[in-house]
Design a protein around this ligand. Structure first.
Ligand SMILES: O=C(O)c1cccc(C(=O)CC[C@H]2O[C@@H](n3cnc4c(=O)[nH]cnc43)[C@H](O)[C@@H]2O)c1
Length: 218
């Protein structure tokens, strides 16, 4: 019987370490890499990993910390993506943002692997973890003003969180017909930049917890 192989992709090393602590280092079916910050670097690194692997991967899981939209995802909570969307791929106009879809140049949104996403979400719910589901948007630039936060919240009314890699990594995986999921824990709220207020330790601990709780279903 074929046992599914999973590539988990984080941006930075501390996120990779948190995932490994949760899932366990002895799991041979799972590889965890830190692919760098931002959609381009992480997409290229993911592609290299997928191409060089002797045994193909069956699933890519994007994992890490994220900013939560106010009133939609609190600091310390887990967000499981039901859609991976680019938050800035398109054109600006006096009437607002025009998505790549509206421009007719492709799609700014990638569907997640539904079965695994539901399984992860239900496992976390059953474990009474603070989890919610919704779109996670990907940006090149972390939001740092109230104006941008308000604009994005309006343009993406369903979005729970923003981060910087999902759409890039998911694009790399989909080009190779590999399904994707995204799981993030909230380190800060989307709004005026206050790096000192980021609760990275808490978010990394929750990332570890989330993977510890889900390791049986992965
Ligand atoms: O400095 C540290 O110790 C440290 C530890 C863990 C992670 C970091 C990062 O800087 C991670 C960057 C990573 O986090 C995502 N992220 C987090 N909050 C936001 C946000 O509000 N908007 C966009 N992205 C966010 C992002 O995916 C970055 O790659 C540092």
């Amino acid at each position: 019987m074929h046992t599914p192989r999973i590539l988990i992709v984080t941006a930075v090393e501390v996120e990779r370490e948190a995932v490994l602590r949760g899932i366990g280092r002895e799991n041979e079916r799972v590889k965890v890499i830190a692919a760098g910050v931002g959609p381009v670097t992480s997409a290229v690194q993911t592609t290299l990993e997928l191409v060089k692997s002797e045994n193909p991967f069956d699933l890519v899981i994007i994992a890490g910390v994220a900013g939560g939209f106010v009133g939609r995802a609190e600091v310390g909570h887990i967000v499981v993506a039901d859609q991976i969307r680019s938050g800035d791929l398109g054109a600006e106009s006096p009437n607002g943002f025009i998505s790549i879809d509206e421009l007719g140049f492709g799609s700014g949104s990638i569907e997640v692997e539904e079965k695994m996403t539901k399984r992860i979400y239900q496992t976390l719910m059953q474990a009474e973890a603070p989890v919610s589901m919704g779109p996670i948007i990907t940006l090149n630039t972390t939001t740092g003003t109230a104006e941008t936060a308000k604009r994005l919240a309006g343009e993406f009314p369903e979005a729970r969180a923003e981060a910087m890699e999902g759409f890039g990594i998911a694009t790399a995986a989909r080009k190779m017909n590999i399904p994707v999921c995204e799981i993030r824990t909230i380190s800060n709220l989307v709004g005026p930049r206050d790096r000192n207020a980021w609760k990275l330790k808490d978010a990394l601990w929750m990332l570890e917890e989330a993977f510890a709780k889900c390791k049986e279903v992965l």
